[in-house]
Design a protein around this ligand. Structure first.
Ligand SMILES: NC(=O)C1=CN([C@@H]2O[C@H](COP(=O)(O)OP(=O)(O)OC[C@H]3O[C@@H](n4cnc5c(N)ncnc54)[C@H](O)[C@@H]3O)[C@@H](O)[C@H]2O)C=CC1
Ligand SMILES: O=C(CO)COP(=O)(O)O
Length: 331
């Protein structure tokens, strides 16, 4: 078995794919990145920057871009960094091979209720799969700032080999075998970041934000445990760690979308105005429906789904959350 991966390919030229590619290419290692936009491919190759998605980061010349997924065939591990709504279509076009797929996107697919690993099991069945998730703003990783993250794979040897290959002095993966926990932490925190942005935009105060983070974490935990996640993963980097990061900073696209909603701007206008992705807006109705089907109580997620759909106003959501029956904190 491969104990070290050295020829990385990255599928997805958004902010996070570009930052991960830069992390791996910073010391001069060759890294190949597939981007959908010709403009991104051309600028990375000619100017060593990504003007659309990570404009303020200088990129290493050893990072090269392509618009042809077939060019990633020689890579011995692939980081998959495509937003979840588009993931299935891109995976179907991957060149054949047995290189592990390391999923870095955070969300749940509409219709199928599938997480990235589930989609991979449908399509790329023969390859090993892993999940990389945690509190990681792309521009900070690209700048080499200290970062810790969860690397989860069902096979502990694969998890250890991938973590060792991704680790850098300032980038520290913690190994786990709890794949579903890592996926649920990332998907649910995006939804809760929208909720915290709404609280900020509507001027509801810091007490309300702290309450949302705590009660949101309770929702994440209920949903996660019901699907076999481990509590320690949800309380770790991929869950609580990422929740704290994105619920407290307008650098989060999900938080900033929520700020707009909180100020009373229409969701449709806010979504149409952005090129970047706020995965929580896609995942909120999906996770809310999955939780309803499983009989899991997720009132904050449900409120975010309705606000994003334009079905209710912020004042209605706040009123509904505050008027729920009093209950023991552990439930
Ligand atoms: N930006 C960040 O700091 C982090 C992002 N993530 C996750 O990484 C994933 C990718 O996010 P970013 O790189 O930030 O995206 P981004 O918001 O920077 O860029 C949007 C991406 O979506 C792609 N896209 C748009 N329409 C598409 C289509 N029809 N088919 C295929 N691709 C399409 C674009 O090519 C681009 O790569 C998301 O799941 C996000 O939650 C995870 C950790 C950190
Ligand atoms: O997932 C992220 C940091 O860990 C990025 O969050 P946003 O997608 O909300 O910007």
């Amino acid at each position: 078995m491969t104990s070290h991966y050295s020829r990385f390919g990255v599928v997805g030229g958004g902010a996070w794919g570009t930052a991960l590619a830069q992390l791996l290419a910073a010391e001069g290692a060759p890294v190949r990145l597939w981007a959908r936009e010709q403009e991104v491919v051309a600028a990375i190759n000619a100017e060593h920057r990504n003007p659309l998605f990570l404009p303020n980061s200088a990129l290493s010349p050893s990072l090269t871009a392509t618009a042809d997924l077939a060019d990633l065939a020689p890579c011995d591990a692939l980081l998959i960094v495509v937003p979840v709504p588009y993931l299935r279509a891109v995976l179907a076009d991957l060149p054949a091979g047995d290189a592990p797929l390391i999923f870095c996107s955070k969300g749940m697919e509409a219709g199928s209720f599938a997480f990235p690993i589930d989609i991979a099991r449908d399509i790329a069945t023969s390859r090993p799969h892993a999940v990389l998730s945690g509190p990681t703003f792309a521009h900070e990783v690209a700048a080499g700032l200290p970062t810790a993250i969860t690397l989860a794979a069902a096979n502990p040897d694969i998890a250890t080999a991938i973590a060792g290959s991704l680790a850098r002095p300032h980038f520290r993966p913690y190994v786990s075998t709890d794949v579903i926990g890592a996926e649920i932490g990332g998907a649910v925190k995006n939804i809760l970041a929208i909720a915290c942005g709404i609280v900020d935009g509507a001027g509801l105060g810091l007490n309300a934000r702290a309450a949302l983070i705590s009660r949101g974490f309770a929702e994440m935990t209920r949903f996660g445990l019901s699907r076999g996640a481990q509590a320690e993963t949800l309380a770790g980097l991929a869950g609580l760690g990422d929740l704290v990061l994105t619920c407290t900073s307008s650098n989060s696209r999900n938080f900033s979308l929520g700020q707009g909603l909180g100020r009373g701007e229409a969701a449709a206008t806010l979504m149409a105005d952005r090129r970047t992705v706020a995965e929580g807006a896609f995942s909120a109705p999906v996770v809310a429906a999955a939780a309803r089907a499983d009989g899991i109580d997720m009132p904050i997620t449900d409120a975010v789904a309705r606000l994003v759909a334009g079905e209710i106003r912020v004042s209605d959501a706040v009123q509904a959350l505050l008027s729920r029956p009093l209950r023991p904190e552990g439930r």
